[in-house]
Design a binder for this molecule. Structure first.
Ligand code: URA
Length: 281
């Protein structure tokens, strides 16, 4: 590049390096993509549900991940909302929740009943990120407690884990009216808090459930069907996107693909599937 913008671009790429996002920007097609805000906007399959420990609390509990492997996928990336969030020293989930307060930062506050912050272990090695609360979540203040949530719980248990072993959260913390997709400005307003949650937990693996979560975190406008089941590097965590449980409720035939994806996650975390319970006579 031979332009006055060159130093700016170089600084930007160094910043991506610092964030561990180099595998993305290596695809220079990124520059042609619309911004992340656009990436978070509806795509054909994005109907609702479609397709350290601050500094890692202890080395033994949270082994340092190897650098991205050559087979890790490369996606074009647009400037991500997650690049803009300042690091908060000694951050914790409690502090982030406190900072959110009785949030009125976007219009989603108008119709919500409760803020759905997230649920699970602050030391989780595995985080699931969904799209946004639905009716049941809005009533109970907990993520994934409705029909899709029950299926997610079954998926977690099939992996040999309990819900309380993992952390579950969403791209936006307030229910979009009528379960519509969150708008790009709502995502932009809420993202810094999710960003801080992910940084505070610093899991080994992040699983994005559905298009909205995957496109938002990866800063892409590609459809999830083009990259589900592939590994990405996200700020020192490994990230994989799979279909949303709500999509599976409508399309049970896609369950086998999701199980294939979850088995990859299990292998990465060194988990073995639980032994089937013996049938009672
Ligand atoms: N769908 C989501 O994306 N998140 C929830 O918490 C519940 C349903």
């Amino acid at each position: 590049m031979d332009s006055p913008n060159r130093p700016h671009m170089e600084a930007w790429l160094r910043y991506f390096d610092d964030l561990g996002l180099s595998p993305f920007y290596l695809d220079r097609g990124a520059a042609e993509l619309p911004s992340l805000a656009a990436a978070a906007s509806p795509a054909p399959e994005t109907t609702r549900g479609a397709p350290s420990n601050a500094s890692r609390r202890s080395a033994a509990a949270s082994p340092v991940l190897p650098p991205p492997r050559p087979q890790d996928a490369v996606l074009p990336v647009a400037p991500s909302l997650f690049d803009a969030t300042p690091r908060v020293e000694g951050d914790s989930l409690a502090r982030i929740r406190e900072d959110i307060g009785d949030c009125k930062r976007c219009r989603l506050c108008e119709a919500r009943n409760t803020i759905v912050f997230g649920d699970g272990s602050e030391t989780a090695q595995l985080v699931f990120v969904g799209e946004g609360p639905g009716h049941d979540e809005d009533m109970q203040g907990l993520p994934f407690v409705g029909r899709a949530g029950k299926l997610l719980t079954q998926m977690i248990e099939a992996m040999g884990l309990r819900r309380e072993d993992v952390y579950i959260c969403n791209i936006v913390k307030c229910r979009p009216p009528g379960n519509r997709q969150p708008e790009r400005d709502e995502v932009a307003t809420c993202s810094p808090f999710l960003d801080r949650q992910l940084a505070a937990i610093h899991p080994r693996v992040i699983v994005c459930l559905g298009n909205v979560a995957a496109q938002t975190l990866l800063g892409t406008n590609k459809s999830i069907s083009q990259f589900r089941g592939q590994w990405f590097s996200f700020r020192g965590s490994k990230l994989l996107a799979t279909y949303h449980p709500a999509f599976l409720l409508r399309t049970p035939s896609a369950k086998s693909e999701v199980w294939t994806d979850l088995k990859k996650v299990m292998a990465e975390l060194g988990l073995k599937p639980p032994k089937p319970k013996p049938r009672s006579a």
